[in-house]
Design a protein around this ligand. Structure first.
Ligand code: NDP
Length: 336
């Protein structure tokens, strides 16, 4: 693309450090010029370690920097909304982490603020960028499995010890496995199936990691408007299992292993009347692809990989699963 895009990081986070800073720097003309942390020392240490020129503790000061065109928001989840509203008011484009917000109304407000300010709002649903998921979508759209009937998502993982904090113990920060992982499943299924989830049932578990009202495991079933039933299994507590996804149709099934991951990895098998075929996949760093699409969107030449509207919709599904698990009732999913 080659345009110049200067970034401010809102949040001295693990995801920024492990994946997103590198993905920004992989885009021609993109630079990270500042980072915001609530803690001056942590911000300065982060900036030094990541070779970022400035660190800030005041959001207004970061947003007042005229050299910053776009922000990447990767703070804890309750902060995404006020930080997005402030960034939009300052005329900065926004790449925001999921879940966009803790309520549908808040997520919609973020979308409206960015639209009103004429800035791009994208959601960092990385899985849409995986070569595996893009290939599965292509297979389904091309009729390789006939009419999709069922999907199953295996997304139980072990939350690494360095991340065992707010996700497990802080409802106010939007903790819990449903907002963290089910939200990604929802976006991935919408992307693969070209369909919207319309109702949810769920049971959740609090095993050995989460506390208070937060769940560290969930099994849910979604019904899509296409008729597909999807089974989701998400957890923070399972050490010795892989991730995966299956879509079963009238003429065949796609069976994907090791695909619910941040890494460009995984395999896909297509099973139909002819037997089993391993499907070739071109892997690419998911975050690099997401940042490329973001650059294209800012240049007015395309859409982000996952838009603000996509982020609103995955929040809506996750909130419905959370409500279904908490009430034991079947929940109709509301998007407005
Ligand atoms: P972290 O816990 O690493 O960071 C969140 C905030 O916690 C930071 O903004 C920082 O506050 C504070 N923090 C970070 N490290 C420390 C520390 N050592 N001591 C005290 N406070 C600290 O969260 P993640 O990076 O895991 O997640 C951030 C966001 O990104 C969430 O919204 C999450 O849902 C999302 N996410 C998305 C992924 C994806 O692939 N799309 C993957 C992982 C997370 P401050 O900025 O004030 O310093």
């Amino acid at each position: 693309m080659g345009q110049s895009l200067h970034w401010g990081l809102i949040g001295a986070s693990t995801i920024a450090r492990e994946w997103v800073i590198g993905a920004i720097r992989a885009q021609a003309g993109n630079e990270v010029v500042g980072v915001l942390s609530t803690d001056a020392r942590r911000g300065a240490d982060f900036a030094r370690a990541q070779d970022i020129a400035s660190s800030y503790t005041d959001l207004g000061a970061l947003l007042a920097n005229p050299d910053i065109d776009a922000v990447y928001i990767s703070t804890t989840n309750e902060l995404h909304k006020p930080q997005t509203l402030a960034a939009a008011a300052a005329g900065k484009h926004v790449l925001c982490e999921k879940p966009l917000a803790l309520s549908l109304a808040d997520a919609r407000e973020m979308l409206a603020a960015c639209a009103g300010a004429g800035v791009v709002l994208a959601t960092n649903h990385h899985l849409r960028n995986a070569g595996t998921h893009r290939k599965i979508r292509e297979l389904i759209r091309g009729g390789a499995i006939g009419k999709p009937l069922f999907a199953r998502v295996f997304h139980a993982v072990y939350l690494p010890p360095h991340l065992q904090g707010w996700r497990l113990h802080s409802p106010g920060a939007g903790g819990g496995v449903i907002l963290d992982i089910t939200c990604h499943d929802a976006d991935t299924l919408r992307f693969l199936l070209d369909a919207e989830a319309v109702e949810a049932v769920a049971l959740s578990q609090q095993a050995e990691l989460a506390s208070g009202e937060l769940e560290d495991g969930v099994m849910a079933v979604l019904r899509f408007d296409s008729g597909v039933l999807a089974q989701l299994h998400d957890a923070f507590t399972v050490k010795h299992v892989g991730t995966g996804l299956e879509v079963q149709g009238t003429e065949g099934s796609v069976i994907a292993r090791d695909v619910m991951t941040q890494r460009p990895a995984g395999e896909i098998v297509l099973r139909n009347a002819s037997g089993e075929t391993v499907v070739a996949v071109e892997h690419e760093n998911l975050y690099v692809r997401a940042l490329r699409a973001f650059n294209t969107a800012v240049a007015g030449q395309g859409q982000p990989a996952a838009s603000g509207e996509d982020g609103v919709r995955s929040v809506a599904v996750a909130l419905a699963v959370q409500q279904a698990a908490r009430t034991g009732r079947r929940v109709s999913i509301q998007y407005q």
